[in-house]
Write a protein that binds this ligand. Sequence first.
Ligand SMILES: Cc1ncc(C[n+]2csc(CCOP(=O)(O)OP(=O)(O)O)c2C)c(N)n1
Length: 585
Amino acid sequence: MTLPSRPTGAQALIRSLELAGTEVVFGIPGGAILPAYDPLIESPVRHVLMRHEQGAGHAAEGYAHATGRPGVCFATSGPGGCNLVTALADAYMDSIPVVAITGQVPTGVIGNDAFQEADITGVTMSVTKHNRLVTRTEDIPEAVAEAFHIASTGRPGPVLVDVPKDVLIQTAPFEWPDCVDLPGYRPTTQGNRKQVREAVKLIMASQRPVLYVGGGVVRANAAADIRTLAETGRLPVVTTLMARGAFPDDHELALGMPGMHGNYTAVTAMQRSDLLIAIGARFDDRVTGNLATFAPGAKVVHVDIDPAEIGKNRAADVPIVGDAAQVTAALAADLQQALAADGPVDRSAWLAQLDEWKRGFPYRYQQDDDGPIKPQFVVERIHAATGGDATIVSGVGQHQMWASQFYRFSRPRQWINSGGLGTMGFAVPAALGAKVGRPDERVVAIDGDGCFQMTSQELATSAVEGIPIVVAIVNNGHLGMVRQWQELFYDERYSGVHLTQDVPDYVRLAEAYGAIGLRAETPADVDAVLDKALSVTDRSVVVDFRCDQGEMVFPMVPAGGSNDDIILGPEFAQPALDPAEAPIA
Ligand SMILES: Cc1ncc(C[n+]2csc(CCOP(=O)(O)OP(=O)(O)O)c2C)c(N)n1
């Protein structure tokens, strides 16, 4: 877009977005942000009109997850900005680079309880990496440049820029900053050399190491370095829920997902380990279980770009602040040298033990030909039907765990989910964002029936904007994950979890939104329905998989429990706890 010598704030905003590399904005207009929508008409930046601002935020996240570039969303003042809050909190928890632009009431009436006024910088203070109210038109380019810089450097995260309507309307000279220099904000990227050497000493001395790979590895594009490090040191690798795909599941050193619903080998390997090399991971309670009993014999090397993460939950013997890719590459190079100098470390007993656990305790489920469809079977068949090559996006709940457990991931950014905040309703809009960012990818949302109903209106966005995705609804008629807790920990006293499988009619709902609706009712239907769904490329397809309503996710470490007390499956299920002793979520 070419600018006049004194552009309006709105023109400056859109030009700044272009200069920051924005190709698409997900949003909904309104009074305060209206001026910014006008120059969008001349701009090559695509605007995707969403049906709810939460959807705009999740779509921006999905775009960022899939591409690694910041996702951008627009909302108007007051309710528009407030509707973005969940998505911003989600991006904050999962370190996703998002730039949110909100309109604000004119500067003269700020603080006046003006129509559609909300103090959105105040509201989002704790769920954004940074936010700013711009009060002068000439500051817009700098504010946008800063927002992209902060969102995408260091530990990525959401940044909100709030622009009052009069600031968008007034004119000012346009000056795009060549570089952004923020005093006090200089993320350390290169790990301390001495600490890297100390870490390598621990790796060389370790008999039972585990490379504990977190979402930061995906954010830092460090997957190739992780592979080099793992293969150099023959280090077994666990990939957390946020890191699935950062190390290929079919690799001989891959142990899969640890944590509350992780597999026995990953969980137990960490418990028995004598050295955890944590990279871009944050010792989340869903991974550690009860911290007091977590990996009791393990020393810890902790690599993170955010110094606040190191020692937060578990003390580190060797803390290394730095970029996951740079530090991992340095570790691999030093380890290579140490191995060349001192010879290989014999860890055959440990690796044999891990293999034995892998063989003895894989994820398990039973699909009977004449029984109800098992959700795990649906995920396995989606894997087969997509040749393991789709981008998988999930909602939150049981289906999320099954998707993470049973889809075999082979590359980073192939798995997109809401880990930290656990936001129901994430899948459909995030899948749309991912598809916009990677249009050549097959994008499949594996969603719960409860989650789907929170943001299903974005199917309209899909139809009108031409963004085709497949939505596989694991329809168990319940808020399944909560139902599971009530079954296990509240003596089967079900309260507020029954949705029914029939309302809404997902096939007709899909059709009403211009998508194709399909249903699978028996295991024999599953492959044919999937083939049909995946053969459609010009519109979205929603598949209603009528699944077993009582299936539970295993293994399970009850919240707050010790990872040593992992429950492997129904046949090992423990007696219901007294509700007074029920785990604290
Ligand atoms: C916005 C929001 N509200 C409530 C919850 C609590 N919660 C976690 S999982 C879950 C059930 C999800 O149900 P569904 O989408 O049907 O998935 P399922 O567990 O059955 O696979 C609920 C209510 C949440 N995570 N997010």
